[in-house]
Design a protein around this ligand. Structure first.
Ligand SMILES: C[S@@+](CC[C@H](N)C(=O)[O-])C[C@H]1O[C@@H](n2cnc3c(N)ncnc32)[C@H](O)[C@@H]1O
Length: 377
C-alpha cells in the first residue's frame, strides 16, 4: 500500500508546488540544501542524476540548471503533466521521464539518486530503499528524506485542530477550503515557506501517510545502510558534529551519529531555533508522551463518529508535557498551553488568531540525509 500515491491519485492532485516566481532564489534554496548534504552544485555538472518521486518537477528544474543528465521517475499522472508543462516553460528539453513507480523501474546506475518526500511513510520502504541503493554507482550518492514524531508533533496538533474543525464537512474540497481559511494566515510565520496554503493543508493535515505505523527517522535510516555506505551530510537541521581527525579513516560515523541522534532529536520539535540545552530535559520521557499523543490523535481521526474522550486524554497528556517543560523550554510550553485551549474551544467558535504561540510554532517535519557508496580501494 502506498498511501501518498493513493491519496494524490484519488483526489487528482500533486500538492507539492513551489513558489518559483524568483527562480534564482529557488535555486539558492536548493543549493543551500545540497551544501548541507555535502554536495556542492559542481558535483551535478554532467553527472547522471535520477530524481525519484519528482512531484511537479520544481526541484528537478534546478538539477537541470546545474547541468546534469537528468532522469526522473514519477507515477502520479497529475505530477507527470506538471513536470512536462514546467519543463516546456523553462525550455528544458534534455530529460528522461519514467512514468512508473520506482519498484517497477529498471534502469542503469546513476552518480546521484534523490528520493525526497515519500520514503519515510510508505509501507514497502525496505523494498524501495533497497531499489534506490541498487541504482547508485560506486562512490555515488543517495539522498533520502526522513521524519520523526518529535518533528511532526507541532503539525500533528495543528492537524488535530483541523480535523476537529472539519469533522462535519462531508466534501473533500469544502474541507480543504475551510482548512485553508483557518491556517493560511499562520503560514507566514513559517520562515522560508514556499508552498501554497492549499498544498500544505492537503499534504500535512489531510494526507493519510502522516499516520503510517512505522516512520523512517534518521537513526533508522543510518542503521539500515550496510558497510558499503557511509553518511555524507544531513540537513534540516545539519545537527551532527564530527570531531574526527581526517586521518582516522576508520572512524565510525554511523555509530557516532546514531548516538548523537538520541539526544539531539529533541531539537526537531520546533523549527527555526538554535540547539536547545537538553541537559535538564528527559528527552526519552518527552518522546514517550509525544508518541502516546500520536496514537490518541490517530485513533480520533479514524473514528467515524468523533468521541470527545480522546480529546480529553490528549489534553491530559499535553498537561503532563507542559509541567515537564515549562521551566526548560518556555517556547514549547507556550505552544502546549495554547494547544490545550484550542482543543477545548468549541470548533465553530475557534479563531486561531487568538492563539499566537499556537500559530507561530512549526516543527522540523522533514530531514534530509545523504549517503555515499564507498569506493573500493
Ligand atoms: C510528497 S511528494 C514529494 C515531491 C517532491 N519530491 C518534493 O519533495 O517536492 C511525493 C512524491 O513521490 C511520488 N511517489 C510516491 N510513491 C512513489 C514510488 N513508489 N515510486 C516513485 N515515486 C513515488 C508521489 O507520486 C509524489 O509525487
Amino acid at each position: 500500500m502506498n498511501r501518498i500515491l493513493d491519496f494524490y491519485r484519488e483526489h487528482g492532485i500533486s500538492p507539492v508546488h513551489q513558489d518559483i516566481s524568483d527562480f534564482s532564489h529557488h535555486c539558492a534554496r536548493r543549493e543551500k540544501l545540497y551544501r548541507q548534504l555535502g554536495m556542492p552544485t559542481v558535483l551535478f555538472r554532467k553527472a547522471d542524476v535520477l530524481e525519484v518521486g519528482t512531484g511537479g518537477g520544481y526541484n528537478a528544474a534546478t538539477l537541470a540548471q546545474w547541468g546534469c543528465n537528468l532522469s526522473m521517475v514519477e507515477p502520479n499522472e497529475t505530477a507527470q503533466n506538471e513536470i512536462m508543462e514546467l519543463f516546456r516553460e523553462r525550455k528544458i528539453e534534455e530529460y528522461v521521464l519514467c512514468k512508473e513507480t520506482i519498484e517497477r523501474h529498471n534502469g542503469k546506475a546513476y552518480d546521484i539518486v534523490i528520493a525526497e518526500g515519500f520514503l519515510p511513510t510508505i509501507e514497502n520502504r525496505i523494498e524501495v530503499l533497497d531499489k534506490l541503493k541498487s541504482l547508485v554507482k560506486e562512490s555515488g550518492v543517495l539522498v533520502i528524506t526522513c521524519q520523526d514524531e518529535m518533528g511532526m508533533f507541532v503539525e500533528r496538533m495543528k492537524r488535530l485542530a483541523g480535523h476537529m474543525a472539519v469533522q462535519k464537512i462531508p466534501l473533500y474540497q469544502d474541507k480543504v477550503a475551510k482548512l485553508v481559511k483557518m491556517f493560511e494566515p499562520q503560514l507566514k510565520f513559517c520562515h522560508g515557506m514556499s508552498r501554497p496554503a492549499e498544498d500544505w493543508v492537503q499534504d500535512q493535515l489531510l494526507c493519510e501517510d502522516f499516520n503510517c505505523e512505522d516512520v523512517l527517522n534518521l537513526e533508522k535510516a543510518i542503521r539500515s545502510m550496510d558497510d558499503k555506505w557511509d553518511v555524507l551530510g544531513c540537513s534540516s537541521p545539519c545537527f551532527f558534529s564530527d570531531y574526527s581527525w581526517y586521518k582516522d579513516v576508520g572512524y565510525d560515523y554511523k555509530k557516532s551519529y546514531c548516538e548523537q541522534y538520541v539526544r539531539k532529536s529533541y531539537n526537531l520539535i520546533i523549527a527555526g531555533r538554535e540547539e536547545i540545552d537538553t541537559s535538564n530535559i528527559d528527552v526519552s520521557a518527552v518522546r514517550k508522551s509525544v508518541e502516546k499523543i500520536r496514537e490518541l490523535e490517530i485513533a480520533y481521526e479514524n473514528l467515524k463518529h468523533k468521541e470527545e474522550k480522546y480529546i480529553h486524554e490528549i489534553i491530559c497528556e499535553l498537561q503532563k508535557l507542559y509541567e515537564r517543560l515549562k521551566v526548560d523550554d518556555k517556547e514549547l510550553a507556550a505552544f502546549l498551553r495554547e494547544t490545550m485551549e484550542v482543543l477545548t474551544c468549541e470548533p465553530d467558535r475557534l479563531d486561531l488568531n487568538e492563539y499566537p504561540n499556537f500559530c507561530k510554532c512549526f516543527g522540523r517535519s522533514q530531514q534530509y540525509i545523504s549517503f555515499v557508496k564507498k569506493r573500493n580501494y
